[in-house]
Design a protein around this ligand. Structure first.
Ligand code: NIG
Ligand code: FE
Length: 399
C-alpha cells in the first residue's frame, strides 16, 4: 500500500537539486547536494520512496500522513557503534574529566561485564539502545562486537547484533584481552583463525583497533594481518585509526581499500592526501562525541573537506569513549566544534554514513531508496545544531 506524507515545511533529500545526483559527486557544495524542497510531499510505497516533490503536485495514495509543518530529512545512518555491552564505566569518565587520559585500558572492564551478562540481559540492553537511537532519528545502524573477545562471546555478541541490524561488524581485534596479555601472538592467531571462522557468517564487516599509542590495541602490522584474514573470509574492511595519536591506521585503510577509517583525529599531510585520492573508496568517519567524552582535541574536519576527502559522522556509541547514540548531538558537535555547516554535517550523517557502509539505498530521500525518514520538530534542519540536546528528531514510523 502507499502513503503520501504531507505537511513537510522543508524536505532535505540529500540527493542533489535534481533528486538524483550521485552521492559520489563532490563537485557540488554540500548546501546544493542537500536538495531542499519547501512545502513538500513524499509518497512511500512498500517501504520505498515512490515520489518526491512539491505538495501541490503530489499524486494520490491509499493513505495520508500529515507531519504538521515540520522538516523531514533522511534518517541518520550511524555507521559506527558498539552497542553490545554490559556494565558501567562512569567512574572512568569522571576520572577523565578530572584529567586522566584515555588509553583503551577500560575496555577490559566492559569485557568482563559483558561476558558475565546473560543473553537476555545483553539483548535487553541492546534493544534499549537501539530504541533510543531510533527515537533520535537513526534508521540505519552499524553494530560491532568486541566486548566478548572469546570465540563464544564474540559469536554471541554478533548473533544478538544481527537481531537488530544487518550491518554487523566482527571486532575480535578490539584489544588484547587481559588473560592474553602475556601472549599477543596467540591471541592474534585466535582472532584470525577460529574466532574469525565462527564469526564471519554473522558479520558483514571486520574492524580492528589500530593504535600504536595504546598498549592494549594493535600495531599497523597486527592490524593488517587481521584485515587480510577478514577479507579472505569474505568481510568488508573498516579500521579504528589515528584516534589517540599519529599512526598507520588511515594509511592501512586506504592501502587495503577499506570502506572507512574511523576517528581520524591525528592525521599527517600524507594521510589526508591518501584519503582524498581514495575518496571514492575509503570514507573518513569522524566521531566527535569521542573527543567530547575524552577531552581530546577534535579532528580537523575543514582540512579533510577542503582536500576533497569523503567525510561521514557517526556516534561510536560505546561504554568507554562516548556513551551516546544521539546523532543530533553528533551533528550539533560537528557544527559547533568541527566548524562544519549544518548542511555539511547533515550530509555527513546521512549520505556520508551510507557511503561508509557502501549503501546507496539509505541516506537520501530519492525514488527507489528506502523510505527511512526522520521528522524534525523544527521548521528546518539548522535546528539540529541550533537547539542542541533538545528532542527534535525522531524516525518517522509509517504503517
Ligand atoms: O571507538 N577506540 C576503540 N574502541 C572504542 C572505545 C571502546 C571503549 O573504550 O570501550 C572507540 O572509541
Ligand atoms: Fe569505535
Amino acid at each position: 500500500s502507499s502513503t503520501v506524507v504531507t505537511g513537510i515545511s522543508e524536505l532535505v533529500t540529500c540527493a542533489g537539486p535534481d533528486g538524483a545526483t550521485p552521492v559520489t559527486d563532490r563537485s557540488l557544495p554540500a548546501a546544493e547536494r542537500l536538495g531542499v524542497v519547501r512545502d513538500a510531499a513524499v509518497v512511500v510505497e512498500d517501504g520505498r520512496v515512490a515520489w518526491v516533490g512539491p505538495a501541490v503536485e503530489a499524486p494520490a495514495a491509499d493513505d495520508a500522513l500529515d507531519v504538521g509543518g515540520r522538516a523531514v530529512v533522511p534518517g541518520f545512518v550511524d555507521s559506527h557503534s558498539h552497542l553490545v555491552f554490559a556494565g558501567d564505566r562512569s567512574a572512568e569518565f569522571a576520572a577523565r574529566m578530572a584529567g586522566t587520559p584515555y588509553d583503551g585500558g577500560g575496555i577490559g572492564v566492559s569485557v568482563a561485564a559483558t561476558r558475565a551478562a546473560t543473553d537476555d540481559e545483553l539483548r535487553g540492553l541492546l534493544a534499549a539502545r537501539v530504541a533510543d537511537a531510533r527515537a533520535l532519528g537513526t534508521t540505519t545502524l552499524e553494530v560491532k562486537g568486541g566486548y566478548g573477545l572469546t570465540v563464544e562471546d564474540e559469536v554471541r555478541s554478533l548473533r544478538l547484533a544481527r537481531e537488530v541490524t544487518d550491518e554487523t561488524t566482527f571486532l575480535g581485534a578490539h584489544v588484547v584481552p587481559p588473560e592474553a596479555r602475556e601472549d599477543r601472538a596467540a591471541y592474534l592467531d585466535l582472532v584470525t583463525g577460529p574466532m574469525l571462522a565462527a564469526c564471519a557468517p554473522l558479520a558483514r564487516w571486520v574492524d580492528v583497533f589500530c593504535e600504536p599509542n595504546s598498549p592494549h590495541a594493535f600495531t599497523g602490522e597486527e592490524a593488517r594481518r587481521v584485515l587480510l584474514a577478514g577479507r579472505d573470509a569474505g568481510l568488508g574492511l573498516r579500521v579504528h585509526g589515528n584516534q589517540l595519536g599519529p599512526g598507520p591506521g588511515a594509511r592501512l585503510a586506504v592501502g587495503l581499500g577499506a570502506a572507512s577509517v574511523d576517528h581520524c583525529t591525528f592525521l599527517d599531510d600524507t594521510d589526508v592526501d591518501d584519503l582524498a585520492a581514495a575518496a571514492d573508496t575509503t570514507v573518513a568517519t569522524l566521531l566527535p562525541g569521542v573527543e567530547f567524552s575524552t577531552r581530546m582535541p577534535y579532528p580537523d574536519a575543514r582540512r579533510l573537506l577542503a582536500a576533497g576527502v569523503s567525510v561521514a559522522l557517526a556516534s561510536d556509541c560505546n561504554p568507554g569513549t562516548c556513551n551516546t547514540a544521539s546523532m543530533p548531538f553528533v551533528v550539533a558537535l560537528a557544527v559547533r566544534e568541527l566548524r562544519m555547516t549544518a548542511a555539511e554535517a547533515l550530509v555527513a550523517a546521512t549520505v556520508g554514513g551510507a557511503r561508509a557502509l557502501r549503501r546507496d539505498d539509505v541516506g537520501r530521500v530519492a525514488v527507489g531508496a528506502r523510505a527511512d525518514l526522520a521528522v524534525l520538530d523544527a521548521p528546518g534542519h539548522e535546528h539540529l545544531a541550533y537547539r542542541p540536546g533538545m528532542p527534535i528528531a525522531r524516525a518517522l514510523e509509517l504503517d
